[in-house]
Design a protein around this ligand. Structure first.
Ligand SMILES: C[S@@+](CC[C@H](N)C(=O)[O-])C[C@H]1O[C@@H](n2cnc3c(N)ncnc32)[C@H](O)[C@@H]1O
Length: 253
């Protein structure tokens, strides 16, 4: 780590000093953590995306962010640091590789964009599967700022023009062989200096060596650091998503 304290390191420190006196904390204007439940202000009121519960707090409708359906939510519960470091800045542009049917995407959109995209965010969501794109496109009709892209995370030239400037937050959850190389290449092409990138690694998608899963995760951490990226945390998601670790990485200057 360099001598100078980055904004992400400051956030970690702030968390460690945080008082836990109240039983909830607002991680952002739209994300609320109450005990171990996470809620986001619904950008599309009265509509659910995947059957999640709705509830009102202080006159606003929130959707429950299910950690068993979203690795990002699971990581926010499991992290040893401030969970808000795992969120992008509201109103920023982000890149999400392996968007699936939009479960995590929808909560990120609540926070990044809000209703009618009043925060001015932009969420580029890439997935290889036409079935996923159908659902993402449907979601985008009611969620301005969401940009679904049918594309392969390995082939930047086909869709990279949709990400005209580097992003401060990048997420990858492609669950396919070669996840680490795909991630490192995406960081090279799209991640801004000081940006945070999150890699959800599914052990079963990689070839196992004889030393098993723990050795695999150690090896991935080593590859990330050898690539010149700073590894802030490896969050084991056991209990929510077995055999998964979410790596939190920062691009230094
Ligand atoms: C585990 S799912 C993603 C779930 C999603 N991240 C969520 O939290 O709701 C993995 C997704 O990665 C997509 N995928 C796999 N390989 C890909 C690639 N090379 N490029 C883009 N998407 C890919 C699959 O189609 C699948 O939708």
């Amino acid at each position: 780590m360099s001598g100078e304290e980055s904004s992400s390191q400051r956030k970690i420190k702030r968390n460690n000093n945080n008082s836990k006196s109240k039983n909830y904390s607002n991680l952002s204007w739209a994300v609320r953590m109450q005990r171990r439940a996470i809620w986001t202000i619904n950008a599309n009121p009265r509509k659910t995306v995947y059957g999640e519960s709705l509830r009102r707090f202080n006159g606003k409708e929130y959707r429950r962010w299910d950690p068993r359906r979203s690795k990002l939510a699971a990581a926010m519960i499991r992290t040893r640091n401030n969970p808000d470091i795992l969120l992008p800045a509201a109103g920023s542009q982000i890149l999400y590789l392996g968007a699936g049917h939009g479960t995590t995407i929808s909560h990120l959109h609540d926070h990044l964009c809000g209703a009618d995209n009043r925060k001015g965010g932009r969420l580029v969501a890439v997935d290889l599967a036409p079935r996923c794109l159908r659902d993402l496109t449907h979601l985008a009709h009611s969620r301005k700022g969401l940009v679904p892209v049918l594309g392969d995370a390995r082939k930047h030239t086909a869709w990279g023009a949709l990400v005209p400037r580097r992003v401060n937050w990048l997420f990858q959850d492609v669950a396919q062989a070669g996840q680490v190389e795909i991630f490192l290449s995406a960081c090279d092409s799209f991640l801004a200096i000081e940006g945070i990138a999150l890699l959800s690694l599914k052990a079963a998608s990689e070839r196992w060596n004889s030393e098993g899963e723990a050795a695999l995760f150690t090896e991935v951490g080593r590859k990330i650091e050898a690539h010149g990226l700073e590894l802030l945390e490896g969050i084991k998601l056991t209990g929510f998503e077995d055999n998964h670790t979410l790596f939190v990485v920062r691009r230094g200057s």
